[in-house]
Design a protein around this ligand. Structure first.
Ligand code: LLP
Length: 404
């Protein structure tokens, strides 16, 4: 687990911009991207940032500027990516159970598309035949990922077309002469074990000979990042080695080398982000000392939703004596961030920084309890830029129509 922005600097930002505050460190994103491109330097591999993790337009622009492509999960993400300056050839739209009209819109915008159902594949064939290439999101029936909520490739998952329906896929491809350019799988998030990717490649290699127009295979995202000291992350160098080995062992039909694509979300932006909160209230009870911060699962849902661990640092008192606390939010529902957590002595008014808050932090936030969403700050070249204002009262009424 690495920290790039110092406690003192984070505390200064908290004072300057107020809390709760999301802070992102651009250079950390660049460093993570460089780890990927360095590891895969000897292979024909392209990385698409899974922007569902964090879509602030400045983050998208920055990621575009460092050379990564972008993977989208809604037509609006596609439009944000275009707005950020990605050309359509660098935008991938991996769809899930979407209305066909969204696929039509994506074709009009000229982006790369993966379809994930026989139903949309057939509609695609009827409308576009061979005229527009399309990828297939497949369900490889592999169990992977940090927990069931973020496992997407197993045999009960809604995602992708099950590989056991290959005959039906081939019938449609042949009936409408569909140009399949890519086979895609994404088996889950927080995959530590690189063998999972190898297994996925094995499944795809069994299918590749059926498709004459393939240009790439897409192995999705899901690289694990460290959340606490001693935590392992996906060994990217080993992954690169294994991917190269697998490709060397399998002859590609027609001898045409296939490009390999990945769609990392967390790997690029998890560690760049911090959520800084301020302690409202200390509450001593017979069993527990509660620290109530000015945030909750309305701002960072991961601990309550996935039981995720986020490292927490008392950046106002980093030398204080360690004690154990329950860190909770201030919304009217149980919203425990951490239980029995050793922290440097906490006092009312202290700033607590939550690590690994870049991915699926702000992005999954809400206005629950009619609280404001936090502001966001981007630190780039040593300078802090406000990249989203904190909500204001009018934002809570925006789009509401007062009929009474
Ligand atoms: N590609 C596809 C098709 C995906 O569905 C996802 C994530 C990714 C790539 C990127 O996965 P990553 O590299 O970020 O693990 N909200 C959850 C994670 C859900 C991931 C959903 N799909 C969390 O906070 O843990």
């Amino acid at each position: 687990m690495s920290q790039h922005l110092s406690n003192g600097y984070l505390a200064q930002l908290a004072t300057e911009f107020g809390t709760p505050l999301y802070v992102y460190h651009a250079e950390k994103i660049k460093e993570q991207y460089a780890k990927l491109t360095t590891a895969f330097r000897n292979s024909n591999t392209v990385f698409f940032y899974a922007c569902k993790a964090l879509t602030n337009i400045n983050i998208l622009k920055y990621i575009c500027s460092i050379g990564a492509n972008v993977d989208c999960s809604s037509i609006n993400e596609v439009k944000l990516a275009l707005h950020a300056g990605f050309p359509s050839s660098r935008i991938l739209y991996t769809s899930n159970g979407i209305a066909f009209s969204e696929i039509e819109e994506a074709v009009e915008l000229g982006v790369i598309i993966n379809v994930d159902s026989l139903s949309n594949l057939e509609k695609f064939g009827v409308k576009y035949g061979h005229s527009y290439p399309v990828g297939l999101r497949l369900r490889p029936n592999i169990m992977a990922g940090g927990n069931l909520k973020i496992s997407t490739g197993h045999d009960k998952s809604k995602f992708g077309i099950p590989v056991d329906q290959i005959d039906r896929i081939l019938e449609l491809v042949s009936k409408y002469n569909i140009r399949i350019s890519d086979l895609h799988i994404h088996t889950g998030s927080e995959i530590k074990d690189v063998e999972v990717f190898v297994k996925g490649i094995e499944v795809l290699f069994g299918l590749i000979p059926h498709f004459k127009h393939l240009e790439f295979i897409d192995l999705g995202g899901g690289f694990k990042v460290p959340y606490k000291d001693g935590d392992v992350s996906t060994d990217i160098d080993l992954l690169a080695e294994k991917v190269n080995e697998s490709f060397a062992e399998h002859a590609i039909p027609g001898g045409k080398p296939l490009q390999v694509w990945f769609e990392p979300g967390k790997f690029l932006v998890s560690e760049c982000g911090y959520l800084i909160t301020q302690v409202n209230v200390m509450k001593e009870t017979a069993s527990t000392t509660f620290v109530s911060v000015n945030s909750g699962f309305n701002h960072l849902i991961r601990p309550m939703f996935y039981d995720s661990y986020h490292h927490i640092v008392n950046i106002s008192n980093p030398e204080g004596a360690e004690k154990k606390y329950a860190v909770v939010g201030n919304i009217c529902e149980t919203d425990t961030f951490a239980w029995d957590r050793p922290l440097n002595e906490v006092r009312e008014g202290d700033f607590l920084a939550f690590y690994n808050a870049g991915a699926y932090g702000f992005e999954m936030s809400s206005n629950f309890n009619s609280r404001y969403k936090p502001a966001e700050v981007l630190v780039l070249d040593g300078k802090a830029h406000l990249i989203r204002k904190r909500d204001q009262f009018e934002d809570l009424l925006r789009n509401q129509i007062e009929v009474l």
